[in-house]
Design a protein around this ligand. Sequence first.
Ligand SMILES: *[C@@H]1O[C@H](CO)[C@@H](O)[C@H](O)[C@H]1NC(C)=O
Ligand SMILES: *[C@@H]1O[C@H](CO)[C@@H](O)[C@H](O)[C@H]1NC(C)=O
Ligand SMILES: *[C@@H]1O[C@H](CO)[C@@H](O)[C@H](O)[C@H]1NC(C)=O
Length: 191
Amino acid sequence: MGKQVILVASAMIFCVAIAPVYGQYYSETVMARPRVEKMTRLHFFFHDILSGTNPAAVPIARPNITDAGLYLSLIAMDDPLTVGPERTSTRIGNAQGLYVWTCKDPTLFGAVLYTDFAFTSGRFNGSSFSLFSRYPIAEIATAGEKIIELAIVGGRGAFRMARGFALTRATYVNAMNGDASLEFNVTLYHY
Ligand SMILES: *[C@@H]1O[C@H](CO)[C@@H](O)[C@H](O)[C@H]1NC(C)=O
Ligand SMILES: *[C@@H]1O[C@H](CO)[C@@H](O)[C@H](O)[C@H]1NC(C)=O
Ligand SMILES: *[C@@H]1O[C@H](CO)[C@@H](O)[C@H](O)[C@H]1NC(C)=O
């Protein structure tokens, strides 16, 4: 009975909360005013943590072919961004999104990232940029070696309409459990 009352009450709140919307198709095209583009550079570290009892990245789907391991798996992440290379370093944001491990050939092993990098402190608190790029994991199997370029395709807040790129290098790789830390140098062009 008590539960029903709560249900009805919340249903009523829900109904009351619906604002009237009058549908009307609207369209307008004008010349955009020329705007001065800004460039912002960011430097931080990203930690993809699959291990432990409280991982930040978790496989959420995988094919049902045997022996696939994590190849072709889809991973959901909410990974920390920090000022320094250590995981315990000051947190400045988080990278939320997905990546899919895309290649069955271990020598060409890679991922495609679909990720929103958001900042939770400082000048860019509340702003984020969107990264959509392939990531050739096999090429960075050893920490400290190759620099990988990733494409940035958009942003929010201070980074509205951003385009740019990130240069990344692995500073820590644990091939046993999949954990990795990456240094990011980001260059963003935005208004
Ligand atoms: C994969 O799923 C299909 C459809 O459910 C099933 O027929 C097949 O036996 C599964 N294969 C494996 C290796 O589990
Ligand atoms: C970041 O912005 C949020 C939302 O406006 C605010 O609650 C929070 O205190 C800010 N954090 C810092 C470190 O400025
Ligand atoms: C990032 O930039 C710093 C300063 O220029 C440089 O020392 C570092 O090697 C760069 N790292 C990457 C991954 O580009």
